[in-house]
Ligand binder design. Sequence first.
Ligand code: MLT
Length: 406
Amino acid sequence: MVRVNENYTLLQGSYLFSEVAKRVRMYQEKNPEKKIIRLGIGDVTQPLVPSVVKAFQEGVEEMSKKESFHGYGPEQGYEFLREAIAEVDFRKRGIDISPDEIFISTGAKEDTANFQELFDQKVSVAIPDPVYPVYVDSNVMAGRSGRLKNGRYERFFYLDATLENNFKPEIPKKRFDLIYLCFPNNPTGQVLTRDELKAWVEYAHKYGSILFFDAAYEAFVSDPSLPKSIFEIEGAREVAVEFRSLSKTAGFTGTRCAYTIVPRDVKVYTKKGHAVSLHALWFRRQSTKFNGVSYPVQKAAAAVFTPEGQKEIQEVLAYYKENARIILEAIREIGFPCTGGTHSPYIWFKTPMDSWKFFDYLLERVQIVGTPGIGFGKNGDGFFRLSAFGDRSNVKEAIERLKTIS
Ligand code: MLT
């Protein structure tokens, strides 16, 4: 009899987006004639931009010739890509991050899920509610959660994001080791001001905590006074790790390329109190468990950071931002209390019934797929998320259909 990892038995039924996909599949099988509009998972629909495609093709071409063929790449990713990221995302904006603090990977999903491995099983974890489910599930798998009681794990501390606090969790009064933050937020679309983010960095300094900052949606921030990276805040280099991704920024959900910033100044401690560099640990972890992103993908990713690439991705982002504006306007018109949609591709709104009921109701009545808020945590019950990554014509049609339910 082979024993299972008991932690896995503590997980909730199925991963949110798999459950959504299953229900949609079942509905479509029963109703093959119905045209379903998918505004559920945040998956992009517009093609890669021309300069990215060109670099991708060149990368493949190089792989086809003996003289320019590439085998395994450097552990942290190719220097040309890390250098381009350091320049465009950080140096140009006066932020002190060097290429060797950047780790290229296949996704922010895997990095946010894997990073917790570097910490003791007993560390205390504060997680927002609602939240991207990967932060919760990966800590459950690692044995930090305790049991699930009334929709919450007994050993996590939940940072409540509710209509009452405008979906901005309060800074806890006590100490936690690890704190997950995501801004612009998934799922609520809420953003933090520079001062609000500064308060989190000060908290981490005061208590010796580490902040995991998920910036996957930073490209949607349109107001220059709002932070696009936690490293814009003084002192963040000592207390934060940041996850960034090309998925939503440059349409890489199917191509896979992201990057995690681990500053050399973040320290963790052994039982005996010896300081260890978090950067060195992540390097050790990645070089053991990961063999890098393919060369053509890294070449394609580097093209995102050229002046042409930057211009081209802005056009696509503008397209999604306009979708978000259209959806937000319609939800406001219908009269559901809502947030997001301005510096975010997600529109989050209060529903007149519980989340899964509303999911089924929308699917059956108007064939629109969204994401039920409860899938992001207990506070998400009675809320719903729509994504702006659809095709414009589908978004417009969805809005017309939505208006018929009000
Ligand atoms: C979402 O819909 O929340 C995201 O697309 C999921 C992800 O990025 O993994």
